[in-house]
Design a binder for this molecule. Structure first.
Ligand code: SF4
Length: 355
């Protein structure tokens, strides 16, 4: 959009551009990605150790969630109940930051998210993602829309002085950064789940799960955690998702134990770096790969690379959420799913899904 090389790290410039456009506070969705890992890893470990439904399937991609609800409603019980980072961030901005930090009422702030994704526009309209009649996210804009806004306002992005995210919802670990590339959510979850189960930290040279990196449609690995072989798989594209869901459905019908413990699915081939709201690549997949490589560089250079090391996340639990997976965490960070296999159901009404 601005002539920079694909994969150029431009986070600070985007913050500066958003400030120039008039936003009072600019936070990082990656803060909520760390939060997602705290809840999702906790949910996985509970299911693993207490005999819950496995595999656990990631739920941060709304296009995949919608696909699962409409095509495989019998399998939605395997979806993690965690909301996506966008939908975790918004109630935290409204009910923690606005209420507790700014001393404003939750409906006195507008929460706008910038996403790589058009399906996130649909997600914010899901009526269960709100509290007391207030929808959590007012508006979800795509990267392309933001670029258009920056250009229309005459902002010279390339020459903007970089700015930092505001605090306290602006700090994130490297685990959060890799959410944007296929396999990243899985890798981030493993970094924290390992510690949750073993009570030990992965060594610095052991936190990169390279087997789930790369742009193949389906990538599998087995990770030994405290003597348990945990089988994981990451799929990107709904075609690959269908393959995995057909296998899972067949295994269940045959009374077999499902092959995987964790399934990550991203609807866009390559993950959000190739999202429908990103600048067009005109079929040049090398640009998508360069964006993914940029995220791994950000992860590598972060002082903390595991979500449970984020001090601001710990503070959020101490001051507001309470326990991981507890009452408030469920109220603000988790959701539920619907059977959307009937195309005439109100839940499938596309008129409700425009933004
Ligand atoms: Fe959106 Fe695509 Fe990312 Fe899914 S993979 S959240 S559809 S950008």
């Amino acid at each position: 959009e601005f002539g920079l090389k694909p994969g150029t790290i431009s986070t600070g410039k985007v913050v500066a551009a958003l400030k120039a456009l008039g936003f009072d506070y600019v936070f990082d969705t990656n803060f909520a990605a760390d939060l997602t890992i705290m809840e999702e890893a906790n949910e996985f470990v509970n299911r693993l150790t207490k005999g819950g439904d496995l595999p656990i399937m990631t739920s941060c991609c709304p296009a995949w969630v919608n696909f699962c609800e409409s095509q495989y409603p019998d399998l939605t019980k395997y979806l993690s109940t965690c909301r996506s980072p966008q939908s975790m961030f918004s109630p935290i901005a409204r009910y923690y930051f606005a209420d507790k930090v700014l001393d404003k009422k939750p409906d006195e702030v507008s929460v706008v998210s910038i996403m790589p994704c058009v399906a996130k526009k649909y997600e914010v309209k899901r009526e269960e993602l709100g509290q007391d009649g207030i929808i959590d996210t007012d508006l979800s804009l795509t990267v392309r829309e933001l670029a258009r806004m920056i250009k229309s306002a005459g902002i010279d992005l390339e020459n903007l002085e970089e700015e930092n995210f505001d605090s306290p919802l602006g700090y994130s670990t490297g685990a959060a950064d890799i959410f944007g590339v296929t396999g990243g959510v899985l890798e981030a979850a493993l970094r924290t789940a390992y510690t949750d189960v073993t009570k030990e930290e992965l060594p610095d040279d052991g936190i990169e799960f390279k087997a789930v990196r790369g742009f193949e449609g389906i990538k599998e690995a087995t990770v030994n955690i405290a003597g348990i072989d945990v089988n994981v798989v990451a799929a990107s594209s709904l075609g690959c998702a269908r393959k995995l869901m057909d296998e899972l459905r067949a295994d269940i019908a045959a009374g077999k134990t499902p092959k995987y413990h964790i399934i990550e699915i991203m609807a866009c081939p390559g993950g959000c770096v190739n999202g429908g709201g990103q600048p067009f690549t005109n079929g040049d997949y090398e640009k998508v790969k360069a964006r993914g490589a940029g995220l791994y560089v950000i992860d590598k250079n972060k002082p903390q690379r595991k979500s449970h090391e984020n001090e601001d996340i710990k503070k959020l639990y101490d001051e507001f959420l309470g326990e991981r997976g507890g009452h408030n965490a469920h109220k603000y960070l988790h959701t539920h799913y619907f059977d959307k296999s009937n195309p005439y159901s109100k839940k499938n009404d596309v008129s409700l899904q425009t933004n």
